[in-house]
Design a protein around this ligand. Structure first.
Ligand SMILES: C[S@@+](CC[C@H](N)C(=O)[O-])C[C@H]1O[C@@H](n2cnc3c(N)ncnc32)[C@H](O)[C@@H]1O
Length: 351
C-alpha cells in the first residue's frame, strides 16, 4: 500500500542543520519558531488559540526513503534499542512528532516554542495536545535508565575526584536539617536522607539515638565515604545506591524524608513528577518531608549542573495537595571557599 500525503505547511525554525538541534540526555528544546500553514488550510486553525500545547506531525524530509535502522544506539544512550522504542528519525516511515507550546496566532501562522525541527520541515498535521496519563503512571523505559546512568557517572566522578570537604555543599554538620528533623520526628521514626551524599547528618542522627535511618544516594562512592567514616556503626544504617526518582523501595514507608540540595537538580518535569510520586507512595500519612533547595536569591548551578530555584510557594505547588506546608525558613550556607549560598528549607506534612 502506498500512502501519499501533502504538507499542510512548513516549519520556520532557527535550525539550518541537524547538528544545531539539542540532542541527548537532558536536551532542552526551548527554541522558538513558527508553523506556517498554506493559505487553503488557515480555516482549520479556528479556535486553536485556547490550547496551550499542540502535537505537530511532520516529515523528516531530508532522509532518503530507505534510511532506517530497526535496532540502534541513540544519542541518549550507549546501549542499542528498537526504533519503535525511540524517537529516531531513521525509521521506516519518516514521521516526526513534536509537542510545541502555542504562543500565538497570526492568521495562518502559529508562533510556537519548543521546536526541534529543521527550517523548512513539511508539516503533515496539527492536533491539540492533551495528556490524561497521571504522572505517577508514566514509565519512561530505557530512557530513565540511561538518564540515571549518566547522572550516576557525574556524581560518582565528583566523589571520586574531590575531597568531601571541598565540594560547595560541604558543611561539617547539617545543623539546620538536624533541628528540622528533631522537631517533628523522634528516635523511633523511620528516617531517610535522600541524596545524602557523604554528609555527616547520618552520624548526628545515630548520635541522637535514631534507630531506623536510611541514606540513599545515586553515587555509591559517596555512601562508601560515609560508611568508612562511621566504621562499625555503619551496620546500623540502611544504605541505598540508587536514583531517588526511579528506585524501588519495595513498599517501605518513612516517617521523615529529608532532602538537602537534590530536588532542585530535577530540571525536567517528568523527573519532578517521578520524585513526587515516590513521596506519595513512601511517606507515611502524618509523616514529614524536609526539603532544602536553592532559593530565588540562590545560585543557578551546582556541581556544573543547572538547578531550579524555589520559594516555599513554588515548592509546595510541585509537591501538590498530598503535602501541606508546615513552615519555611531561609538558610544561608557558606561554601568551603567562603561564598554565601541562599537556600530555602521547607517542611511539609503528609495529609
Ligand atoms: C549537592 S549534593 C548534597 C549532598 C547532601 N545532601 C548534603 O547536603 O551534603 C547532592 C547529592 O545528591 C545526589 N543525587 C543527585 N541526584 C540524585 C538522584 N536523582 N537520586 C539520588 N541522589 C542524587 C548526589 O550524588 C549528591 O550526593
Amino acid at each position: 500500500m502506498t500512502i501519499t500525503m501533502n504538507p499542510i505547511g512548513f516549519v520556520r525554525s532557527p535550525f539550518a542543520e541537524v547538528s544545531q538541534i539539542p540532542k541527548g540526555c537532558g536536551a532542552q528544546h526551548e527554541a522558538g519558531g513558527t508553523l506556517e500553514l498554506l493559505p487553503e488550510f488557515a480555516d482549520g486553525l479556528t479556535d486553536i488559540e485556547g490550547f496551550s500545547h499542540l502535537y505537530v506531525i511532520w516529515c523528516f524530509d531530508r532522509l532518503s526513503d530507505d534510511d532506517y535502522d530497526l535496532v540502534f544506539a541513540p544519542p541518549t544512550d550507549t546501549r542499542a534499542h528498537g526504533v519503535f522504542a525511540s524517537r529516531s528519525p531513521r525509521r521506516p516511515n519518516h514521521l516526526g512528532l513534536t509537542v510545541v507550546r502555542l504562543l500565538g496566532r497570526d492568521g495562518a501562522t502559529l508562533r510556537v516554542g519548543g521546536i526541534d525541527m529543521l527550517d523548512g520541515t513539511p508539516i503533515l498535521d496539527i492536533k491539540p495536545y492533551m495528556s490524561n496519563v497521571p504522572a505517577d503512571q508514566l514509565r519512561r523505559g530505557w530512557l530513565a535508565d540511561a538518564e540515571s546512568r549518566t547522572l550516576a557517572d557525574h556524581w560518582q566522578n565528583v566523589y571520586q575526584t574531590k575531597a568531601v570537604t571541598d565540594v560547595s555543599w560541604f558543611a561539617p554538620h547539617l545543623d539546620d536539617s538536624l533541628g528540622a528533623i528533631a522537631a517533628v520526628a523522634g528516635p523511633d521514626a523511620r528516617v531517610i536522607d535522600v541524596g545524602g551524599g557523604a554528609a555527616t547528618l547520618v552520624d548526628d542522627l545515630l548520635d541522637r539515638g535514631y534507630r531506623h535511618v536510611t541514606v540513599l544516594d545515586i553515587s555509591a562512592r559517596a555512601l562508601e565515604i560515609s560508611r568508612e567514616r562511621l566504621g562499625a556503626r555503619a551496620a546500623d544504617v540502611t544504605w541505598m545506591a540508587a536514583d531517588v526518582t526511579s528506585v524501588d523501595f519495595a513498599g517501605r514507608v518513612f516517617d521523615l524524608w529529608h532532602d538537602r540540595a537534590v530536588f532542585h537538580f530535577l530540571t525536567d518535569a517528568a523527573h519532578r513528577a517521578a520524585y513526587v510520586a515516590q513521596l506519595r507512595r513512601h511517606v507515611a500519612p502524618g509523616g514529614h518531608v524536609v526539603i532544602s533547595t536553592f532559593s530565588l536569591a540562590g545560585p543557578t548551578k551546582c556541581s556544573g549542573l543547572t538547578i531550579v530555584q524555589y520559594d516555599a510557594a513554588s515548592l509546595a505547588r510541585e509537591l501538590g495537595d498530598a503535602f501541606a506546608l508546615v513552615d519555611a525558613v531561609d538558610v544561608v550556607h557558606i561554601t568551603p571557599n567562603a561564598t554565601a549560598q541562599r537556600f530555602v528549607r521547607c517542611r511539609f506534612r503528609r495529609v
